[in-house]
Write a protein that binds this ligand. Sequence first.
Ligand code: AMP
Ligand code: GLY
Length: 424
Amino acid sequence: MKVLVVGSGGREHALAWKIAQSDKVKKIYCAPGNAGIGEIAERVNVNVLDVNSLALFAENRGIDLTVIGPEASLGAGVVDEFEKRGLTIFGPNKEAVQIEVSKVFSKSLMIDYGIPTGGFEVFSDPDKADAYIESIAGKIGNPIPVKADGEAAGKGAIIAKNRDEALQAVDLIMRKRAFGSAGERVVIEEYLDGPEATFMFFVDGETCVPMYPAQDYKRAYDGDLGLNTGGMGCYSPVPALGPELQDVVTETITKPTIKALKARGICFRGVLYCGLALTSDGPKVIEFNARFGDPETQVVLPLLESDFFEICFAAATGNLDSQAVSWYNKKALCVVMASDGYPGDYDKGKPIEGIEEAEKTGALVFHAGTETNDGRVVTSGGRVLGVTAVADSFKECIDLTYSGVGKIYFDGAHYRRDIGARLI
Ligand code: AMP
Ligand code: GLY
């Protein structure tokens, strides 16, 4: 079988790495990939938003399965284009991806079908949003989540600590249009208090198969300080989301959501990423994504025992119910190494040393923002590498991961030193 992976981050390196373990897979392509992916897949110079060229490539090369990483490709309609041409692809179509892209769509769906989440209000007039904030700010002691309703590269959510910050958030999103047209509407949400967890599911339109849950560290610095990032580290599974609570999520959140979409005429095939708050009233949805998480994928896939290619193929063709999915009884932990300045501005092109030495310690090194330049691996993005270790205990994972990280050097490398610390 020939597989095309779309994307260029640490998530896509993990996807390609796991697909490569299947006996059924003879060749992997990746568009556009990165330096690490280039070692296991043939890189294809096509932009992730260029859905026509991607489909043409898949047609011409006889690709048997395409697996999509980034939400931007899904939002651009890559799945719709592939399906129109009769090509097999794993990911949701443009209608289904609304569950990630539009906060109003996903919140309304959850409220209409009684899926546990927090309350929300939507405003297309900033003055009305301000008035609403004034009306609630005195009554609640909690933070106030203010979000742009549209694609904002994961940055359109501001968790305001108080009235003043909430008013500033409305101004930034709606009047200053800091996130462009995503700021035509804002969603002001009820704050959900409790530990967060990511719980991803393979979905074939009907059947939902859970992966191991994961926990992501979003802030840039130790102690959850600094700005929100795409994710600075992660571990799996999640002690606070044990098997019983996982069943509660599957039965009260995931299955009803897929059914609700179906009732609206939408078939969801792909990964449903449930971003949860484990509140004192039970698990509630903070957000849905319609794709694999990054860096969650870098800890979840190393724990998957079954053939990942077969699962994706079964999901893409509506046959998940016949697919056995098993997991290793182990733990995994990932530390992301980023460029100095990330998530703000950063330099590129810094040579990276020590990747092979890190791999010799038994760690997995997933490339994110890397390129090759004159035969050397150099930095090319904000998140540069993710170092993952798999072991019997989180303590061993932490030791192994950080000894791998310690072997790697690039100018300005920044990483959190507290990933997993809360577990031991
Ligand atoms: P989002 O862009 O919606 O994923 O929000 C980014 C992050 O902000 C989430 O991962 C949470 O950590 C936090 N967050 C967003 N909405 C809420 C909420 N309603 N209650 C508590 N935390 C939230
Ligand atoms: N790590 C968070 C995300 O993938 O959205």
